[in-house]
Design a protein around this ligand. Structure first.
Ligand code: DC
Length: 233
């Protein structure tokens, strides 16, 4: 555990754009510290996947907000050995892989820009974070959800590097997509995530910037670890 006589790290916020490596690093960091790992993007993905499954039109903000307010989202340790970081259920149905599908990727930025959706998700995120000892990963954790987080990291990487990572991930899952289309999608999501009026993606003033471009996962973790240790000292 990272603690010192003067400071104990309880909520670590990791924010950053799509495919910047937040979930990989967040999970490894949480494991190393014995903290809970909480990927808040999952919640927006669940609402998006549920809207698609119910054939709700994505532009129908009122219907999607209503859905977000009543859907039961459960994130628990993995119950299957198929490469998942955790098991995700929406109203008791396993949607762990469904929320990673392309149609979810293509619509999640729109859904997560809806004010009512964000309010519903934020309330749940705060409840989890208030228990402490959590590494919380997202877009607005350090700016809006936990502006008083003990430690904030903003993880970034160049657009090309992030598209390359997402492209590799998709091929590993058997999706034979063109690099250019993945790059376009990353650009589109960056644009929506960072220009929306509610809780846009941006680095908190007091967040430490870590640029993962050209670094291995181990190198990024080492850099993040230095920040955590430096903070606890
Ligand atoms: O990190 P991700 O790709 O799984 O996130 C999915 C979407 O959810 C992304 O487009 C932005 C949104 N998101 C958000 O607005 N706020 C968060 N705290 C986490 C994710």
């Amino acid at each position: 555990m990272i603690s010192s006589p003067s400071k104990t790290v309880s909520v670590i916020a990791i924010d950053g754009p799509a495919a910047s490596g937040k979930s990989t690093v967040g999970e490894l960091l949480a494991k190393k510290m014995g903290y809970l790992y909480f990927d808040t993007g999952v919640m927006y993905r669940v609402v998006t996947a549920a809207a698609i499954a119910r054939a709700l039109p994505i532009p129908d903000e009122a219907a999607i907000t209503q859905l977000a307010e009543k859907i039961l989202i459960d994130i628990s340790p993995p119950d299957q050995n198929d490469g998942r970081q955790y098991t995700v259920r929406a109203d008791h149905r396993d949607v762990t892989w469904e929320i990673r599908e392309r149609k979810v990727d293509a619509n999640v930025s729109t859904v997560s820009a809806y004010r009512g959706v964000r309010e519903a998700m934020r309330a749940q995120q705060r409840r989890v974070g208030e228990r402490g000892r959590v590494v919380m990963v997202g877009r607005d954790i350090g700016t809006v959800v936990f502006p008083d987080a003990d430690l904030k990291i903003y993880l970034d990487a160049s657009e090309a590097e992030r598209a390359r990572r997402r492209h590799l991930e998709r091929w590993a899952r058997g999706e034979k997509v063109e690099f250019e289309s993945v790059l376009d999608e990353i650009r589109r999501r960056d644009e929506i995530d960072s220009t929306r009026s509610v809780a846009p993606l941006k680095k908190a003033d007091d967040a430490v910037l870590v640029d993962s471009t050209g670094l291995t996962v181990e190198q990024v973790l080492e850099r993040v670890w230095q920040v955590v240790e430096g903070h606890a000292r």
